[in-house]
Design a protein around this ligand. Sequence first.
Ligand SMILES: *Cc1c(COP(=O)(O)O)cnc(C)c1O
Length: 348
Amino acid sequence: MTQPGYQFASDNTAGVAPEAWAALERANQGFAPGYGEDEWTALACELIRRIFETDCDVFFAFNGTAANSLALASMCQSYHSIICHEHAHVETDECGAPEFFSNGTKVLLARGAGGKIDPADTERLVTRRTDLHYPKPRVVSVTQPTEMGTVYSIQELEAIHGLARRHHLKLHMDGARFANALVSLDVPAADITWRRGVDVLCLGATKLGTAVGDAVVFFDRTLAEEFEYRCKQAGQLASKMRYLSAPWVGLLENGAWLKHARHANECAQRLATALLEIDGIELVAPVQANAVFVRMPEPALDHLKGRGWHFYTFIGDGGARLMCSWQTTDEDVSLLVRDIKAGVSLAN
Ligand SMILES: *Cc1c(COP(=O)(O)O)cnc(C)c1O
């Protein structure tokens, strides 16, 4: 049963991409060892190592909240602090899981335009106190692409890398939509991760086109020590792991992950271009991945809701967030644009 109106509500309203589904079918034969000892899991890890051109340690968790919070917990003691953007998922959408799984590590909030942390503001948080009464800054967490649909450039990542190095901080990347950033920048994956000092990457697949199962990629392999115990204790070790890892193989082995990410980004560009032609519409942030944040008059928003469209208006700096996915079609984009046009003309 499909429910119309959810095409742009999130990239998690889309189904499972065909390549991921086909891999599940292939994996669903006979018996295989549990808890990640199977061949699908080995292959998925190998493909990730190949893509990142380095010998990293890879683990799978059921979702991004678990991946982020367990990864951050592995980098921190309870008296440490994690610096992230004030609109970061880690801060606003994980119900305190990073603090919970790290036994109380404090999250400190940096500001910055377009969902990106401002290095100067981050440095202020790191240097304003050095005494033992302040939660010791330990990790900088960046989201790539950001919650506002913007993408950190290599230069911006390098600036954060420099800051992390100067202050002996670890670098965490929330890559729930990493593929969308990667195709947007069109650079090797290593260039925006470990070559820019990223120690741990949470690599998302759910929004890209799997049913479940995000990866935690440790470029600093010393941080991965005993990580499997954390996963197990947190209820994040899948016994039938092949069903988490096989879809990864399906998406990675022939580049489908990049094809789908490119498609989603192109849909977002098409949508943004069409919306910019409408008087009374403005973009809240530049469209660099698969999200379009638009501000429009209140009656237009009401009109859209009346037409059955679902979307969020409380994320980041506000505005309506319209997300594209592998499943978005040209027709979806045209229908939405038509209804926004009608809504705005009602408001004028
Ligand atoms: C969706 C998302 C996550 C993961 O969320 P889950 O619902 O726990 O899978 C993490 N970070 C960002 C930026 C996200 O958008």
